[in-house]
Design a protein around this ligand. Structure first.
Ligand code: MF3
Ligand code: CO
Length: 262
């Protein structure tokens, strides 16, 4: 069953997601050549605990860190460690929190120093795909409208959507039953209703859509070694337009072109 959240539950989800947004904004400022992914993870954990929340990923199915940091051909679930970021790389950061039993989850992809034009377009496409997906996440539309918006945007750019991972319902668990594919499934799927809370998270590869998992059991990489980008927002479905719980003005991402793209 898909849960409809009350306004007080949404308030707690908003707090959890605002902590995520704050952490992402700070980590984005720290991304530069020479920093290790482990150092970024340390900053994230400290910020989350300082704000009275707990890292939602740590310990989840044995996951060992606060963040997922996925560099270049890593799509998602990169484990922070000794890796030193280099000029020209693209870095996806995914953060999850739990605040008073309610979950926050969002992700961004940012450049490390100067990046080439293809990588810049990949980030733009993924960010725009998320914005267009959010723009159709309103009452009366269906789950498949979200996937269609994402897939269409990626095709426009000539990139491919990852099909092995999906977005999800989020609330009093990080992953709730509703799955949100990032592509056209050919069926309308569940009808969206006000008060549903969704984590929408397109993952887009510059090359083919294939995925391989590294021996660490977590890191998902592209089979062809091409770079990959990932953006995620947690949103509440509303009557006219979704409310983005993980939005912050400190970092404007995932809100391009939201008007007029319905
Ligand atoms: N945003 C990711 C997701 O929704 C984060 C999960 S990472 C994990 O699945 F380590 F917690 F599994
Ligand atoms: Co998620």
């Amino acid at each position: 069953m898909v849960v409809i959240r009350s306004e007080w539950e949404i308030e707690l989800l908003r707090t959890a997601n605002q902590i995520v947004a704050d952490v992402l904004a700070t980590l984005a400022e720290h991304i530069r050549p020479g920093i290790t992914t482990k150092e970024l993870d340390r900053i994230a954990e400290e910020m989350i605990r300082d704000r009275g929340a707990v890292p939602a990923f740590k310990g989840y199915r044995g996951y060992p860190a606060t963040t997922c940091i996925s560099v270049e051909d890593e799509i998602v679930h990169g484990i922070p460690g000794k890796r030193v970021l280099k000029e020209g790389e693209i870095v996806s950061i995914d953060v999850g929190t739990c605040y008073c039993g309610y979950y926050g989850d969002a992700a961004i992809t940012v450049p490390c120093g100067e990046i080439d034009e293809n990588r810049r377009r990949l980030i733009e496409a993924t960010d725009l795909a998320l914005s267009r997906a959010i723009a159709v996440a309103r009452e009366g539309n269906t789950v498949n409208d979200i996937g269609c918006a994402i897939e269409k945007t990626c095709k426009e750019y000539g990139f491919s959507v990852v099909r092995d991972f999906v977005g999800h319902g989020i609330g009093s668990a990080m992953h709730e039953p509703l799955q949100i594919p990032n592509f056209d499934t050919g069926k309308p799927g569940v009808k969206l209703r006000s008060g549903m809370v969704l984590a929408i998270e397109p993952m887009v590869n510059m090359g083919s859509s294939g995925v391989r998992i590294l021996n660490d059991g977590w890191t998902a990489v592209t089979v062809d070694g091409s770079p990959s980008a990932h953006f995620e927002h947690s949103v509440v479905v509303r009557k006219d337009r979704a409310e983005i719980l993980s939005f912050t003005e400190k970092l404007v991402w995932g809100l391009r072109d939201i008007k007029g793209s319905n």
